[in-house]
Design a protein around this ligand. Structure first.
Ligand code: FES
Length: 160
């Protein structure tokens, strides 16, 4: 954890009556800094909280929003909840897998895109829905995804 996040972590630990209540926010700090939760950071978080690494691992394996491996610059999460399934989510996932040449939870060799299928992201009324990094997209079509992939790849190639 860098110095800035370490300071934030110590601040967080003082906000909760029990240190263990700060676990999820601490893991978010790590995920934001590294893009995933490296093994060494599990120990750092455990030490900060005064718990065992196994305790931290137990929480990590329960919450799918944390990643144990590096993800691509763009993390594309296709909702696989019922509303989205009924409105074409499978087709969107298949499109992304074929277009990017990856499998589920896979990352392109250039490290640009990771594709995941996730549980409901609370846009059921506008299914199918996709989340890309921190942005949510309702009523997504394959054409919109193609346009996003092209734009993102172009931006990266031009160094934007
Ligand atoms: S089922 Fe996809 S957003 Fe809820």
């Amino acid at each position: 954890m860098n110095a800035e996040n370490l300071a934030k972590a110590n601040d967080l630990l003082h906000r909760f009556p029990k240190k263990s209540s700060a676990l999820i926010p601490l893991l978010h700090l790590v995920e934001d800094e590294f893009g995933y939760i490296p093994e060494a950071e599990v120990q750092v978080v455990a030490d900060l909280m005064g718990v065992t690494p196994a305790y931290v691992e137990g929480v990590l394996t329960f919450y799918t929003l944390f990643h144990r491996q590096p993800t691509g610059k763009y993390l594309i999460q296709v909702c696989r909840g019922l509303s989205c399934q009924l409105n074409g989510a499978d087709e969107l996932s298949r499109f992304l897998y074929e277009e990017l040449g990856v499998q589920r939870n896979g990352t392109t060799p250039d490290g640009l895109f990771t594709v995941e299928e996730v549980e409901c992201i609370a846009l059921c009324k506008n299914a199918p829905a996709v989340q890309i990094n921190l942005d949510f997209y309702p009523n997504v079509t394959k054409e919109q995804l193609r346009s996003f992939l092209d734009k993102a790849a172009k931006e990266v190639r031009s160094g934007a």
